[in-house]
Structures are given as C-alpha cells and as structure tokens.
Design a protein around this ligand. Sequence first.
Ligand code: ARG
Length: 293
Amino acid sequence: MELISEVGTSTATADSPYDARTRRSTLRRYLMCPPAHFDVTYSINPWMNPGKPTDQSIAMSQWQRIHDQLVELGHTVDLIPPLPGLPDMVFAANGATVYGNQALVARFRFPQRDAESAGYLDWFAAQGLSVRQATRENEGEGDYLAAGPWLLAGNGFRTDRRAHVETEEYFGRAVIGLTLVDDRFYHLDTALAALDERTVMYYPDAFTPGSQAILRELFPDAIIATSEDAEAFGLNAVSDGKHVLMPEGASNLTAQLRAAGFEPIGMDVSELLRAGGGVKCCTLELHDQVPGQ
Ligand code: ARG
C-alpha cells in the first residue's frame, strides 16, 4: 500500500520536520464488536436517552462501514462476539488496553457494562495473551491513548486515577494523567486523539487547567479542536499515522488535518452517537501485534 502521502500543502517549518508528504501510515491490528444487540436502554452519559427509539440495523451499517474502511486501508480487524443484554459492547475500545501479548481488561464504572469484561477476558485468553482484569475502575482504550513513549490516561468520569498506577506498572510505560471536566466528553477518546507518535488533536476545555498545561508542554504543535468539532465527536478518531477515520461534521478539524498533511475520512455515526460513541469507541487497537497474523 502507499505509505507516503503525495498531496497536501506543506506545513514544514524550520522547527517542524513534518510536512504533508511525510505523513506515513503503518498497518495496524484492531478489535471490533458488531452491534448485534445495540440499543439505548439506560443512561450513563449525557448523550444517552433511553426514551428515544434506536435503529439496530442503521447502527450495524454504520459500524460495518468503519470496519470495511479499516480493512480497505490494509489493516487487520479481529471480531469479538457480541453478547446479548450488553448493548454497549459495540464500543470495543473500552474492553481493554493491549500491548504485545499483554491485555489489561476493563473494570467498568457502571454495573450495566460489568459483564462485558468476562467476554474480553475469555477472548484474549483464547488468543494466548497474558491477561488480567484491572483491579480499579479502568475503561481501557476509552481512557488510555498511546502517543509515542507515553500512555495518555484520562480520569475524572470513568477510569479511576489510582488505576493509572496499575496500568503503568503492568505495561512498563509512562502514564501521563489527564483530568476531564466536561461530562459530554467523559472518556479521553472523546476529547483527544493521537494522530501519530508526536501529534495529537484535542479540545482544551474538556480538561482541567493543569492538564491543559501538560498538553501544551508535551504537544506544542497539537491541532486544537473548537467546541463545534468536539460536539460533533470529531475527536473520537482512529489514525494510522496518515488516514484519520472520524465522525463527519467536524469541519474545522477536518480542514486543519488536511493542512497538516493528514487524510481525514468522515464517517456517519449518527446512530452510534445515541449511545455516546463514535469511530474510536468502536475500535480497540491491539498495539504491537502483527497485522494479518
Ligand atoms: N454508552 C457507552 C458508555 O457510556 C459509550 C462508550 C463510548 N466509548 C468510548 N470509548 N468513548 O460507556
């Protein structure tokens, strides 16, 4: 597959080695869960309204397009079987954090999602991974995002700050704790996306002033989202280093991504959003695993 972007405006400066032609995609491995039991039967985030009907077949086709787009880009997508009675299991990002042969399975904040953990424990064990369930509330890649050597770790709504210590020790990766303050952006992956090893995009107002200062320090060249971008769930994105699959409608963010040499691909996630989820929520990256094997 094509690894180097040929189009786009150069954004390289004396200080920044990046320009549109140097964005590189690397092949990844992901885990997804078909929304066979998708519904909104309870409310655990402000986007969920159990009074409004949902359409499972629309959710399935929106999910399928995300899946097919990833496969078309050359990535490998594994599937975990959806379990009945668990309408949020489609949001596989929350199931675990995975590096190499180690999986740290979620301990969910709300009892409605509790039983998902058993499904993930079984699935990773069947793959031969060394697996353990987090001892504190920990919602997997919803709150842990890899950016270069760091593991950016959200807390404030779901993952317990004390869980960060366990995650850091388990993987031997430096955790940078970030505190979320706006309940519409209750997981880190709704407020920030890692685009490559050194580039992130985020919505500053979703974080405490202290966490904003940390982000400014670590990522001076970050792409900054507007409130409209964040409300369109534009930060709930999956990047392979070049292609950025993201909910459509975040027009400011899309323009900035193009100018920085990325290739944004807008996805319709209107039905999934009724549960407060978008592209990234549906996608758990199995880091350091060889695609296609
Ligand atoms: N309804 C789900 C919940 O509130 C949505 C999870 C979205 N997942 C994510 N990675 N942000 O738990």
